[in-house]
Design a protein around this ligand. Structure first.
Ligand SMILES: Cc1cc2nc3c(=O)[nH]c(=O)nc-3n(C[C@H](O)[C@H](O)[C@H](O)COP(=O)(O)OP(=O)(O)OC[C@H]3O[C@@H](n4cnc5c(N)ncnc54)[C@H](O)[C@@H]3O)c2cc1C
Length: 386
């Protein structure tokens, strides 16, 4: 296994990091305060990132992108874990993988405008009664002639407030299987201005500006042509991008942990107590050492995972392992950082508290830590079941 990037690949990743530092970091406090990205800042980031050559950088070649290999792509994701998610989203680097399932007029209506950055989407699976247990969702799409009528409620849906359309997973029936009745799930593309669809904000303490929302479907009528992929294949359609999603999240965690660590080292190396810098005390120095080791392990796991995806060797156990480790790791790093910063770690005008709050969500979304542990344990113990 060789994880090294070529000179060109490394230059791209370095340029992306420099761009984030110059164009994104300076707006973070404002977004935190406002809880949204002002339109002029969104447009400016979009324009400057396009000028710098980052627009569409995660797209495959057949859709006009550079077709980056997985190692470079995940290293770019690591860098994108450093700025606020809300600002990172303004860059239009690519599209949600599931949209490549678009066919016929969906390509003109959803995929191409998304690639051009003209349309944004939100992905709606979770419901008030079904989070980890996603197969318990009850939002229903019922066929009525050539249309589908949708009723239900989705909860915690990120960025539906600023989306143009919703990628919805709904129940479209039940199949009889040898193991009993099984729900059929289907993915739909639904314009946000469709009558009966309503989005309401939720007030979250994490990732401000990239906000979770409630999405209500009240007799929403859509034609057959809005099915993404095949009817009854909802989870299969979404799962094709599962590994990429889990490793990208892990790469974000590593990047964010690195940024937190840089601030922590500087503080530990300069803040004085009892006539010394606090980093000279073993209680703080050991924290610094543990953070360094923790981040390194996460980084290596992401690099190995990228290599495995590239070589078609990834499986769900390993995808859960890297996701579980990295999301727990970034919170450990952020929590130790707060401790090293002392009281200043809790002050709103210092960024550490924001990183600490934002790190917390990684252990919950894209599968909670317990669900990943469950997957890992079940997969490893399956051969012993009789
Ligand atoms: C800010 C934010 C943004 C989000 N964005 C989106 C989005 O864009 N789209 C979307 O569809 N969803 C989104 N989600 C939802 C997210 O994916 C869910 O919150 C997550 O899957 C957990 O579901 P839940 O909150 O209902 O918790 P629950 O499933 O109710 O779990 C509660 C607790 O029980 C534990 N638990 C549950 N089952 C088991 C088990 N079998 N074994 C052990 N422990 C278990 C969990 O680990 C957790 O600790 C978002 C959530 C947040 C907070």
């Amino acid at each position: 296994m060789d994880f090294a990037l070529s000179f060109e690949q490394q230059s791209l990743v370095d340029a992306l990091e420099e761009f984030c530092r110059r164009e994104l970091y300076p707006h973070e406090n404002l977004v935190e305060e406002l809880r949204y990205v002002p339109d002029e800042i969104r447009q400016e980031i979009r324009r400057k990132s396009a000028e710098a050559g980052f627009e569409g950088m995660s797209l495959p070649e057949e859709w006009g992108g550079p077709g980056l290999d997985k190692q470079t792509k995940m290293q770019a994701e690591r860098v994108m874990g450093k700025p606020s998610s809300a600002l990172g989203q303004c860059m239009n680097r690519g599209v949600t993988g599931i949209l490549f399932k678009c066919k016929d007029e969906q390509i003109e209506e959803y995929l191409l405008p998304s690639i051009r950055g003209e349309k944004k989407n939100a992905f709606a699976l979770t419901e008030p009664g079904a989070g980890s247990d996603a197969r318990s969702i009850v939002t229903k799409a019922v066929r009525d002639g050539k249309e589908w009528v949708i009723n239900g409620v989705k909860q915690f849906i990120s960025a539906a407030d600023i989306a143009d359309f919703i990628i919805l997973i709904a129940v479209t029936g039940t199949d009889d299987t040898p193991k009993g009745p099984r729900k059929r799930f289907t993915t739909f593309l639904i314009d946000k201005d469709t009558p009966g669809l309503r989005v309401e904000p939720m007030k979250s303490i994490v990732t401000r500006g990239y906000n979770p929302t409630m999405v209500y479907f009240d007799n929403v009528r859509i034609p057959d042509s809005k099915i993404l992929g095949e009817e009854g294949q909802g989870f299969n359609t979404a799962n094709e991008w599962l590994y990429d999603g889990r490793v990208s999240l892990s790469a974000h965690c590593v990047g964010r942990a690195e940024r937190i660590f840089d601030m922590t080292k500087e503080w530990a190396g300069t803040r004085k107590a009892f006539g010394k810098t606090i980093g000279e005390f073993q209680g703080v120095g050991f924290k610094v050492a543990n953070m360094a080791v923790d981040i390194k392990l996460g980084d290596l796991m992401v690099k190995e995972a990228a290599w495995k995806i590239e070589n078609d060797l990834m499986n769900r156990t390993e995808a859960s392992m890297v996701n579980y480790y990295c999301s727990e790791m970034v919170f450990r790093v952020a929590d130790n950082a707060v401790q090293v910063f002392g009281g200043m770690g809790m002050m709103e005008d210092f960024p550490i508290q924001r990183f600490w709050r934002d790190a917390r969500i990684e252990r919950i979304w894209e599968g909670t830590s317990e669900i990943h542990q469950d997957v890992i344990a079940k997969d490893l113990l399956r051969p012993y079941q009789h």
